[in-house]
Design a protein around this ligand. Structure first.
Ligand code: GTP
Ligand code: MG
Length: 204
């Protein structure tokens, strides 16, 4: 897919204030610092469309970006960031769960996981939560530049084996690196194909 335009639309902590139109949207979620905002910049070929930081906890709100005036990418805060207070963690959990449970336009979530790490309980639990709420999701492995090809294959394989202990089918999954621009075509191709399916269903 060619990215002709990518623009920031709105940030907020209330799902009711998200854009009202019915363009399909795709949301990035995962631990703080996993690379959600960097991935948005990589996918859209923009250096600083989404704000990134070496310190976890940078993204604090629901951020909508409209792509090609036709679909949204949504950058969300990370979970599992220990330094925020308990009250703000609770508030955060509430608005994120409201987003996932109420946002009709959400076509698919992408759970980002750092390819270097073993499967983490917090990520597996979040996938479980998405499953229980019938929210489709894919997995995006990030920071593939940090491992050699063989290790990438081994880590992805191990991850899939872990998932198959609880899931009957593997979700779509993608290997990416924002710094080396790996996986851009695969993720965008998946989104494009999904958007086309939605269009075809509308015309039926
Ligand atoms: P929060 O907004 O805090 O939840 O974090 P985030 O998931 O949006 O992470 P962000 O994109 O801000 O990136 C966190 C750090 O990881 C930054 O220092 C990025 O430069 C680095 N990073 C992100 N993606 C990659 C990648 O593909 N490779 C490498 N080597 N570093 C990356
Ligand atoms: Mg971020």
């Amino acid at each position: 897919m060619k990215i002709k335009s990518a623009e920031f639309v709105v940030s907020n902590s209330d799902v009711a204030k998200c854009p009202k139109n019915h363009l399909p949207e795709y949301a990035f979620i995962g631990r703080s610092n996993v690379g959600k905002s960097s991935l948005i910049n990589m996918l859209t070929d923009r250096k600083s469309l989404a704000k990134t930081s070496g310190k976890p906890g940078k993204t604090q709100l629901i951020n909508h970006f409209v792509i090609n005036n036709n679909w949204y990418l949504v950058d969300l805060p990370g979970y599992g960031y220990a330094r925020v207070s308990k009250t703000s963690k609770k508030k955060f959990q509430k608005f994120i769960t409201n987003y996932f449970e109420q946002r009709q336009q959400l076509v698919s979530a992408f759970v980002l996981v750092d390819i270097r790490h073993e499967p983490q309980t917090i990520d597996l639990e979040f996938m479980q939560y998405l499953g229980e709420n019938a929210i489709p999701f894919g997995i995006i492995f990030t920071k593939a530049d940090k491992l050699k090809q063989k290790a990438i294959e081994r880590h992805v394989d191990d991850y899939c084996q872990e998932l198959l202990k609880t899931w009957e089918e593997l979700p779509p999954h993608f290997i990416t690196s924002s710094s080396k621009k790996i996986g851009q075509n695969e993720v965008l191709g998946f989104i494009e194909a999904t958007n086309e399916e939605i269009e075809a269903l509308k015309n039926e």
